[in-house]
Design a protein around this ligand. Structure first.
Ligand SMILES: [Zn+2]
Length: 112
């Protein structure tokens, strides 16, 4: 036996997509990396100063700040909710110094 649905209601497709977008002046650039490690070693030194839950994502967003006192560069790291293997890193601002000399990554992820 089949149950037939006699009642078919049609909804008028009047969906209005409204997206509020914030404009920010800070020069920002983001890139995506496929990585197990969330905080990628980029040659600079960072200090984690915060973490916030991300809307619609099970992964929190971490906030880092460049440890050089005169430099105000910030970095946000979050894992993509669409693809958990992808880490999204967003830099805010630009370093006013070169990467710390003599800093060598202790561990390098072996290429797979
Ligand atoms: Zn810096």
């Amino acid at each position: 036996m089949r149950a037939l649905r006699a009642c078919r209601s049609r909804k008028g497709g009047g969906g209005k997509g409204k997206k509020a977008q914030k404009r920010q002046r800070e020069p920002r650039f983001a890139f995506m990396t496929k990585s197990d490690i969330e905080h990628l070693d980029d040659g600079y030194r960072w200090r984690k100063y915060g973490q916030k839950p991300v809307k619609d994502s099970p992964f929190p967003r971490s906030y880092y700040r460049c440890t050089t006192a005169s430099c105000g560069v910030k970095k946000r790291v979050e894992r993509s909710s669409a693809d958990p293997t992808i880490v999204v890193t967003t830099y805010e601002g630009q370093h006013n110094h070169s990467s710390p000399a003599g800093h060598q990554p202790r561990r390098q992820a072996p290429p797979r």
